[in-house]
Design a protein around this ligand. Structure first.
Ligand code: 1HE
Length: 261
């Protein structure tokens, strides 16, 4: 296991081919300062090349309390745009970085913390997790890509309700509406996220790349263009030597069958 850190509040542990990125600011509920946001960007820009999947989690009782409100000074409109664009750049590196990212959620997943979780490819939540967008009651608006990503998970109507009324979703409701794909008992999110990351790391890299980079774009395209893009990316993936050897393994009885358990 190799540990390093680009910022005192962000740790990177590389365990084999899995990178574990941990928010380490428990005393402030992992509130995302500008420095922490930039460190997230740099961490995903500089993952070691042998890493095949990543997990993000948060130290302490909460995953993340969102934007560091103590840094919210008087900003004029121009500064506000640059600040929001800085978040966009960092969370784009999470979503469209080199490897799939699994978020291990517990406690508060709120505001910018929910925006960060939404940039990940899979969310595993433990039973203590809760989701909120307090921006609505703080007189501000989401600025970290939440208005693009969160409606894709739960729909525009639910996000509007959360911001207008301060509605908080608990872990069970959160899974039901689509915040998390996996719900596990309290304290087990990281273990489950690691299990999933190890499974993801076994996939052919080009398949993972297609899922991260092609699928969300295809989903945004008109159907006719989507079908065409799908034909291109699927033919690229299946022409890779790794795809050919995996197919041969199945046909010759060496690969696992699909099973229910
Ligand atoms: C913070 C922050 C923060 C806690 N920025 N310092 N996010 C919010 O509006 C959520 C604000 N936070 C909370 O509602 C609660 O802190 C929690 C539900 C997350 C956790 O409650 P609790 O009781 O465990 O902790 P606490 O006692 O409230 O907080 C512990 C410390 O963390 C305390 O500091 P201390 O010096 O008094 O010990 C808090 O001030 C500090 N803290 N959250 C700064 N967010 C790109 S745009 C995104 C826009 C947003 O994300 S807006 C939503 C911001």
């Amino acid at each position: 296991m190799k540990s390093s850190s680009l910022h005192s509040d962000l740790h990177l542990d590389v365990q084999g081919d899995i990178a574990v990125v941990r928010l380490m600011r428990a005393s402030k509920r992992n509130a995302l300062s500008d420095g922490l946001i930039l460190a997230l960007r740099d961490t995903f820009d500089n993952l070691p090349s042998h890493v095949r999947a990543a997990v993000i989690d948060g130290d302490g009782p909460h995953f993340c309390a969102g934007l560091d409100l103590s840094e919210l000074q008087e900003r004029d409109a121009g500064q506000g745009i640059h600040h929001s664009r800085m978040w966009h750049a960092a969370l784009e590196r999470v979503q469209y970085g080199p490897v799939p990212v699994v978020a291990a959620l517990h406690g508060a997943v709120v505001g910018g913390g929910l925006e960060l979780a939404s940039a990940c490819h899979i969310r595993v939540a433990d039973a203590s997790s809760f989701y909120a967008l307090p921006e609505g009651s703080r007189g501000i608006f989401v600025g970290g890509g939440g208005s693009v990503r969160i409606p894709k998970l739960i729909g525009v109507a639910r996000m509007t309700d959360m911001m207008l009324t301060g509605r908080v979703y608990d872990a069970q409701e959160g899974e039901r509406v689509g915040f998390a794909q996996y719900l596990v008992p309290e304290g087990e999110a990281l273990a489950k996220a690691m299990e999933l990351a190890r499974r993801i790391a076994e996939n052919a890299p080009l398949t993972n790349y297609a899922l991260m980079h092609a699928l969300p774009r295809i989903a945004e395209q008109p159907a006719d263009q989507g079908y065409f893009t799908e034909a291109l990316i699927s033919s690229i993936a299946q022409s890779a030597p790794e795809a050919k050897s995996r197919l041969r393994d199945f046909l010759e009885g060496r690969a696992a069958k699909v099973s229910k358990s």
